[in-house]
Design a protein around this ligand. Structure first.
Ligand SMILES: Nc1nc2c(c(=O)[nH]1)N[C@H]1C(S)=C(S)[C@@H](COP(=O)(O)O)O[C@H]1N2
Ligand SMILES: [Mo]
Length: 530
């Protein structure tokens, strides 16, 4: 044969098939470009509907939900706040590989590739619906359609269907053209992907800025303002009586702090009621508000621990909302749903209607709730541990029975009822610190919300229990500071405290774990007196 002959006079040898038609790389790129356009289109649509329904975010969040609790804990410990970007990046990488494979498949198995692309859209839609509502499917459906269309269009520019492979010069020429036009098509899809992704990001930013501006407009004045805290609730040099918002303890199961758009948020109150009710944020804000100082406590607070904080809450009395819906006989719990992470809580109905300041809170210390605090609204019920009463990112309250509904933590073995246990804590001096000679004051806080603190006693070493002096009482739903003047000899000492609540019950000495209903026992420290 003459295949080893010198190059043709034109200097243009008959191209090998892989040169004439799109190569593997180009075809893989077409798959990736189609997937990128799909994600971009999905992202853009999600920016209008619900950013959490953006396909990658939806799939990543669904994986977080599905992950067992220990895996989540490990992920948070290892990756800290990067856990989410890492997870979404991983999902993206998997998608990238799948997309490349689909692009390669598209020539010989066009239908399979198209069906595969559509299936990816279905996966995104299903996870988005599982996490949110039916409309959250839209971004992924649009993404799927965009992906299929892009792949259809680019592969239609690929002439390498078996029939087209006759090695005459015309085909060679049109093959080169086709390869070029295929690459141009891939490029157009890629540009479309970048454009939609960028547009989605811009729309998302603009909308978030709008939401932030709206939030900064502030809150209505309370119809019933908080009475001023009496002088003397705060002892000099002690833990702030009202916890600075940035120091307020935070406990929740959310890996990513939800950022809720109040303009589309609603709160539904339904279940065993005569008139189910759905309120918008504006409708909620239009209701008469109360403002109250209330101390929150977490069941997971160890003896001496930090999960107790105090603040001035602004909200709509739950009684007001309940009177609007008309609660039917037989109701024994308010079952609250968070719009985040499938979190739910069981609050005893009795505790909500017994006259205490149970509310749907929208503000803390004069500002709208921060995202981490449950914006736009959360439940606050004084006297109950956070996990039974303080649902953040509240979206629904169902009036129901304990027989019918079980709360998130109850399902995981924690107690169903969670009255806050009486506790006391030594804050000054810090354990193992030195008590100064010129100011030998031991001080701390005690709490027994909705019962009140009657007495705090201290024991130095093995001495007799002595009564401390209580700071001014701010009210039964608040913690109370106490202090004690130490007059013992210099050297190493121990001190422990116990409080007695207003029902006359003194904290038991025996320690218990926080699981399942809160820690019991006396807080003890060692210190050196000068
Ligand atoms: N949505 C939601 N609400 C939640 C929780 C949660 O995990 N998710 N944790 C609860 C618990 S255990 C406590 S102690 C309080 C803490 O409220 P804070 O973070 O504002 O202090 O929120 C409660 N509300
Ligand atoms: Mo908690």
């Amino acid at each position: 044969m003459t295949t080893t002959a010198a190059p043709a006079p034109t200097g243009d040898p008959a191209p090998a098939p892989e040169v004439r038609t799109p190569g593997r790389l180009a075809r893989a790129a077409s798959g990736i470009a189609a997937a990128a356009l799909a994600l971009g289109a999905g992202h853009l649509v999600a920016a209008f509907l619900d950013p959490a329904a953006s396909p990658l975010v939806a799939v990543g969040s669904a994986l977080v939900d599905a992950a067992p609790t220990p895996a989540k804990t490990v992920a948070v410990r290892l990756l800290g706040t990067y856990d989410k970007p890492v997870l979404i990046g991983t999902v993206g990488l998997v998608l990238l590989v799948l997309a490349a494979v689909l692009g390669l498949l598209a020539r010989a198995h066009r239908r399979t590739a198209l069906v595969g692309t559509a299936l990816l859209g279905v996966v995104g839609a299903a996870t988005a619906v599982y996490r949110g509502g039916p409309t959250d499917a839209v971004p992924s459906v649009v993404a799927g359609v965009a992906g299929v269309a892009a792949l259809l269009w680019t592969t239609s520019r690929d002439p390498s269907a078996p029939a087209a492979q006759t090695p005459d010069s015309t085909t060679a020429h049109s093959g080169r053209t086709s390869r070029r036009s295929f690459l141009v098509a891939v490029g157009v899809v890629a540009v479309g992907a970048a454009a939609t992704a960028a547009a989605g990001t811009v729309v998302g930013r603009v909308r978030a800025a709008g939401a932030a501006a709206r939030r900064s407009l502030g809150l209505p004045a309370p119809a019933s303002p908080a009475p001023p805290l009496p002088d003397g609730v705060q002892l000099p040099g002690m833990t702030p009586f009202t916890t600075p918002v940035d120091d307020f303890y935070r406990v929740d199961i959310s890996l990513v702090t939800p950022s809720v758009d109040a303009s589309t948020w609603t709160l539904t109150v339904d279940g065993m009621v005569d008139h189910p009710l759905t309120l918008t944020y504006d409708e909620l804000l239009a209701m008469p508000m109360v403002e109250r100082d209330i101390t929150l406590t977490c069941v997971s607070n160890e003896v001496g621990g930090p999960y107790v904080s105090s603040g001035r809450w602004l909200g709509v009395p739950l009684s007001e909302v309940l009177s609007r819906v008309g609660v039917q006989p037989g109701v024994d719990q308010l079952y609250s749903y968070s719009l985040d992470s499938g979190y739910t809580a069981s609050t005893p109905y009795q505790a909500v209607i017994d006259g205490r300041d149970a509310m749907i809170a929208v503000g803390l210390d004069g500002k709208p709730l921060a995202d981490a605090r449950g914006y736009p609204a959360r439940m606050i019920v004084p006297g109950l541990f956070g996990f039974v009463a303080n649902t953040k990112w509240l979206e629904r309250i169902e009036l129901t029975t304990y027989a019918k509904r079980t709360a998130y933590w109850t399902e995981r073995g924690w107690a169903t009822d969670g009255p806050i246990l009486t506790q006391s804590r030594i804050d000054l001096p810090k354990s193992l610190a030195t008590l100064p000679k010129d100011k030998p004051v031991i001080a701390g806080v005690a709490w027994a919300q909705h019962r009140g603190i009657d007495k705090v006693e201290i024991q130095i070493d093995d001495g007799a229990w002595q009564e401390t002096s209580l700071a001014t009482d701010g009210g039964v739903d608040l913690w109370r500071q106490w202090s004690f003047r130490f007059d013992g000899p210099p050297g190493l000492h121990s001190a422990r405290v116990r409080a007695t609540d207003a029902t006359g019950a003194t904290q038991p000495e025996a320690r218990t774990k926080v699981f399942p209903d809160g820690a019991r026992g006396w807080h003890q420290i060692q210190f050196t007196s000068e």
